[in-house]
Ligand binder design. Structure first.
Ligand SMILES: *[C@@H]1O[C@H](CO)[C@@H](O)[C@H](O)[C@H]1NC(C)=O
Ligand SMILES: *[C@@H]1O[C@H](CO)[C@@H](O)[C@H](O)[C@H]1NC(C)=O
Ligand SMILES: [Zn+2]
Length: 501
């Protein structure tokens, strides 16, 4: 059946059109001699149109495709690999389908966690592979990643950190039909990375006209509150971050409100990669999407705008469809990047929960940082929030919830911080606007607590601190006389502090 489909699709003239692309820069940089399907389509198409004698026989064509796919998992193999993985690692995984492709192939997803399928106050991360059918490296690497995590859980610290503290969702193939057809677009010949709602140019705002694969992703992201994600592409070697498009369609650097955070995340990937950061084309191996070339209707910007999910578009191999013998090497090149990116959402950022002071119920409050025009929401069920930030700065976190008095706190973004907010119900004229003074950047941040104190209270405060310190000094001395050993243990407390505001 797949073969007959293939020939059907071969007759579509649209196949012979060059596609501009995010994730298929190889189209633009096409060099003859590269093995890559789009190029072959284009070449044979041009030749047919030019009326030349050359024509690939069907048999030659099949042979060519077979050769290309050799060593890669077919859709059937992938289905089996996912189920085998789950059977082998059922203690830390579950599998579920987020929908079906145009041709009815289930979009199988793996969730990896020590509590798979349970709601926990933890960040969720998603990896999506094979958005473009002819970029199959990602779907292979994602299965290797899942199996590596399973094999190294409890023995490798990074694997353990991820499984215990993140809900990692892996969709190896978003476009199984495109893969079967060995082409970029899905079975309706639509580029899925142009099918999302766009902030500047609404190409397609009718939900009913969206592709089933796009709808599946949109419903999925509505359901699971992802903190960050990455989609895997091929055709270049670079970590791409928002915005992908510009208002005036001009090619230029166009950063989103979280430009610094995104640069940090993209650099985390490129810097952990074998040689992505050594790129001569892209400084540090990262690029703003619009500076590279603007696209509209992409998945990345939509995730950030509509769901508070920080998504990167990762181009993980210059060659879109390399020989399968290169897959183990590509896995080694990308392994630490993939792990560090996922672990990064636990090792950095501002985390916590928001609860009401009266009933202690979870509040799905809004979280913003002073000076950054972007809001994320605490989760609906547990009211946990996970706000990624660029290290090296102090941030003022502002928490608001209708019917409650807003609160804020200053935190140091250099490492992961956990800070819970307890909000009091607002009565009558309580102001909903928080008049903060902002946080001091850099070394001054240490004094922020004092800066908030009105003058008379400050003196009292200082006196109190002196008294408490003196008391503690005395107490410690007594204790250390009794047991030096005990103090060492205290200093090395393994649990990070959880502050409440
Ligand atoms: C990275 O290494 C691969 C394999 O050695 C090579 O083909 C590629 O050109 C390198 N890329 C960069 C940016 O150094
Ligand atoms: C903040 O972002 C929104 C879009 O999310 C925009 O409409 C608004 O003008 C921005 N505000 C400022 C002060 O830039
Ligand atoms: Zn792509």
């Amino acid at each position: 059946m797949i073969l007959s489909l293939l020939f059907l699709s071969l007759n579509l003239s649209s196949l012979f059109r060059l596609s501009a692309s995010r994730g298929s820069a190889a189209d633009r940089f096409y060099r003859s001699g590269d093995v890559h399907v789009d190029g072959i389509y284009v070449r044979s198409g041009r030749q047919l149109l030019a009326g030349e004698n050359f024509r690939m026989t069907e048999e030659q064509y099949i042979q060519m495709l077979d050769k290309l796919a050799q060593g890669y998992m077919s859709n059937f193999d992938l289905d089996k690999a996912i189920k085998d993985f789950h059977r082998r690692c059922s203690n830390i995984s579950r599998i579920y389908s987020i929908g079906k492709s145009v041709l009815g192939v289930p979009l199988w997803t793996i969730e990896i966690s020590n509590m798979p399928g349970k709601k926990e106050a933890e960040p969720a991360f998603k990896f999506i592979g094979n958005v473009h059918g002819d970029e199959p490296v990602g779907r292979e690497l994602l299965l290797l990643l899942a199996n590596w995590l399973c094999d190294n859980y409890k023995s490798d610290p990074l694997a353990t950190l991820i499984v215990d503290n993140v809900h990692l969702h892996i969709l190896p193939s978003m476009n199984p039909d495109g893969f079967a057809l060995r082409r970029r677009n899905n079975a309706n010949n639509i580029d899925l990375n142009r099918d999302f709602p766009d902030q500047f140019f609404p190409l397609n705002d009718d939900m009913d006209l969206r592709q089933p694969e796009t709808k599946a992703i949109m419903n999925w992201v509505d359901d699971i509150e992802f903190t960050a994600s990455a989609s895997l592409h091929g055709g270049a070697l670079v970590a791409n971050y928002p915005w992908d498009g510009t208002e005036d369609k001009k090619r230029k650097y166009y950063g989103c409100p979280d430009d610094e955070t995104y640069k940090f995340l993209a650099t985390l990937y490129s810097g952990s990669h074998y040689n992505m950061s050594k790129s001569t084309e892209f400084p540090q191996g990262i690029t703003n999407g619009a500076l590279w070339y603007p696209i509209y209707g992409g998945m990345q910007d939509w995730n950030y705008i509509h769901h508070g999910c920080f998504e990167l578009t990762l181009e993980i191999s210059d060659n879109k469809w390399p020989n399968a013998s290169e897959l183990p090497t590509l896995w080694e090149y990308n392994r630490m990047s993939m792990l560090n990116l996922v672990a990064g959402i636990v090792k950095t950022g501002i985390h916590g929960r928001v609860i009401s002071s009266d009933e202690g119920k979870p509040l799905p409050a809004s979280i913003t940082l002073r000076g950054i025009n972007y809001t994320i929401a605490a989760s609906k069920s547990l009211a946990d929030y996970h706000r990624l930030v660029a290290p090296g700065q102090t941030y003022e976190v502002i928490v608001t919830m209708p019917g409650y008095k807003p609160k804020s706190a200053c935190v140091d973004g250099d490492r992961a911080v956990t800070i819970d907010f307890v909000l009091e119900p607002a009565h009558g004229n309580d102001s909903q606007v928080l008049e903060g003074s902002g946080c001091y950047i850099g070394s001054k941040s240490r004094f922020q607590v004092m800066e908030y104190m009105p003058e008379p209270q400050l003196q009292l405060y200082v006196l109190l601190i002196i008294l408490i310190s003196a008391f503690l000094c005395l107490a410690m001395r007594k204790k250390s006389l009794r047991s030096n050993h005990h103090m060492v243990n205290q200093r090395h407390s393994p649990q990070p502090k959880r502050a409440a505001v």
